[in-house]
Design a protein around this ligand. Structure first.
Ligand code: FAD
Ligand code: NAD
Length: 480
């Protein structure tokens, strides 16, 4: 194997493997180094996203929703299915099969695109050199004109709730549970807490989410957050806000969690399983030699500019290990941008239009600015809201919780944001992401012909409502 490359990528998660494939497509001699080992100890590509993140969590979300639907929701259609049961080992095995299929798929994509794949632990030395200790214990020194760091992130560990892999687990451990916990505690009512909490709420656990912040989902549009909280509470999830965990005690097969509310009142709660999901932190352990020239920022992320260049010439960094939302698609787009810039193109990313989704049921999805952000910036804007309860298609599907909200500039009518809680919110919000990328106005969406009956019509009606023209509900503001 040659030791000199045009591009070395460190990390084969969605940021790194996409960067490697794009670089190879552009004719650059590319190698991707990955240190992940699967349960059998073999090297696998795919990173957090494929192995313990996006894909496995969605697999469990889909399985558990089908079970919940079969058990609780088919009666309304006149369908009776008798006793419904779930085999959790089969559910987890299915998830693992999907992971294997997709991680093998990356190996295939590397091969077909001419990316060299190497399994081992990479360290960045000075002068664009990499020291790699491969999985078979050999040390290699590799050099390249350009190096792309894509080493991702790992769960934040809190001293008050140390993960023990049995009663207390992090998001990775939570994907391996094969016995229904009667009482499931979740520290952190963020994205992971809500997704994994939903899985077990559907399967029958009593789920309590303990969240330090006073506001629910404080980073999303608060009208949507309030609606979402109502829906999840109706589903049976117990969301305790303003509650900071101060200690945990494992006693046999139980864990006792102590938390304090905003008034300082202490409460104890006993669980059979506790999932800790209080955020993720960039992963740079053992990555940088002291003379690598790569600087970190104040939050331990690799410092990069808008184009993902680090402080060391020819060294780039993308994905969770750098600033910005920790989302697979954000990292992948950065990977493409960097590969194309290395090849001499002027590719840029529009960081203002990155959609964000929580894959619960209903889904919560957003793109662009929230009403709170616009208020704070002193912008004037119009809002159009349309509830799924008024959608014929949502009624036909018996899936009427939630709403679509579109925000547009009061002067220009240009769309500034879209926020949805409701069925297929992830796919609906993407329509507005595309419209925003093209600089559309709310009126452009209003003038577009939408198929009937579709859930997409809710987006159409919300766009009409921005200017007071909604047809299938009374308009709050009539604007001629
Ligand atoms: P990673 O996927 O973390 O990959 C980094 C890779 O680098 C790893 O494979 C690691 O082994 C390797 N590596 C690190 N250091 C070295 C080294 N020194 N040498 C060699 N290799 C190294 N995001 C979404 O957009 N949608 C979702 O639905 C979603 N769901 C999620 C669900 C869960 C439970 C979790 C935990 C995360 C989820 N995310 C989701 C977030 C998403 O997984 C991350 O944003 C994404 O994986 C980041 O991609 P990345 O390539 O930057 O890093
Ligand atoms: P998060 O930031 O979404 O939520 C963590 C929550 O924990 C926050 O609300 C925080 O206030 C709370 N918290 C922190 N310390 C606490 C304490 N001591 N006691 C109680 N609550 C506490 O983080 P996450 O859910 O761990 O997810 C990590 C990241 O992974 C996300 O930010 C997201 O970028 C990514 N992710 C994305 C998806 C998706 O796109 N669907 C899914 C899962 C994860």
């Amino acid at each position: 194997m040659s030791n000199s490359y045009d591009v070395i990528v460190i990390g084969a998660g969605p940021a790194g493997y996409v960067a490697a494939i794009r670089a190879a497509q552009l004719g650059l001699k590319t190698i991707c180094i990955e240190k992940w080992r699967n349960a059998e100890g073999e090297g696998v590509n795919g990173g957090t996203c494929l192995n313990v993140g996006c894909i496995p969590s969605k697999s469990l979300l889909d399985s558990s929703y089908k079970y919940y639907e079969a058990k609780n929701q088919l009666g309304v259609h006149g369908i009776s299915v008798g006793d419904v049961s779930i085999d959790l080992t089969a559910m987890v095995d299915r998830k693992n099969k999907i992971i294997n299929q997709l991680t093998d798929g990356i190996a295939g994509l590397f091969k077909s695109n001419g990316v060299v794949s190497l399994f081992g632990n990479a360290k960045l030395l000075s002068g664009r050199q990499i020291e790699c200790v491969t999985h078979d214990g050999k040390t290699q020194i590799l050099t390249a004109d350009n190096i792309i760091i894509a080493t991702g992130s790992k769960p934040i560990d809190i001293p008050v709730a140390r993960v023990n892999g049995a009663t207390i687990v992090d998001s990775s451990g939570a994907l391996e549970i094969t016995e229904t916990p009667n009482r499931l505690g979740v520290i952190g009512a963020g994205v992971i807490g809500l997704e994994l909490g939903s899985v077990w709420n559907r399967i029958g656990s009593k789920v309590v989410l303990i969240e330090a912040m006073d506001d629910f989902l404080s980073i999303i549009d608060q009208q949507i957050a309030k609606e979402t909280r109502k829906i999840f509470t109706k589903q049976g999830m117990d969301i305790r806000l303003g509650s900071r965990v101060t200690g945990t005690k494992v006693k046999g097969k139980e864990v006792i969690v102590t938390y304090k509310d905003s008034a300082g009142k202490e409460t104890k709660e006993v669980f059979d399983k506790l999932i800790v999901c209080v955020g993720r932190t960039p992963y740079t352990e053992g990555l940088l030699s002291p003379d690598s020239g790569v600087n970190l920022d104040e939050r331990g992320r690799i410092f990069v500019n808008e184009q993902c260049e680090t402080t060391a010439s020819g060294v780039w960094a993308v994905g969770d290990v750098v600033r910005g939302p920790m989302l697979a698609h954000k990292g992948s787009e950065e990977g493409v941008m960097v590969a194309e810039r290395i090849a001499g193109q002027k590719t840029q990313i529009n960081y203002d239009i990155i959609p964000n989704v929580i894959y619960t049921h209903p889904e919560v999805a957003a793109v662009g600015k929230t009403e709170e952000q616009l208020k704070q910036a002193g912008e004037s804007y119009n809002v159009g809201v349309f509830p799924f309860a008024a959608s014929g298609r949502a009624m036909a599907a018996n899936d009427t919780d939630g709403m679509v909200k579109i925000i547009a500039d009061a002067k220009t009518d240009r769309i500034l944001g879209c926020h949805i809680v409701g069925p297929s919110a992830a796919d609906l919000v993407q329509q507005i992401a595309i419209a925003m990328e093209f600089g559309s106005n709310a009126e452009d969406i209003a003038m577009t012909v939408f198929s009937h009956p579709t859930l997409s019509e809710t987006v159409h009606e919300a766009a009409l409502a921005v200017n007071g023209h909604a047809i299938h509900m009374p308009n709050r503001k009539k604007r001629g």
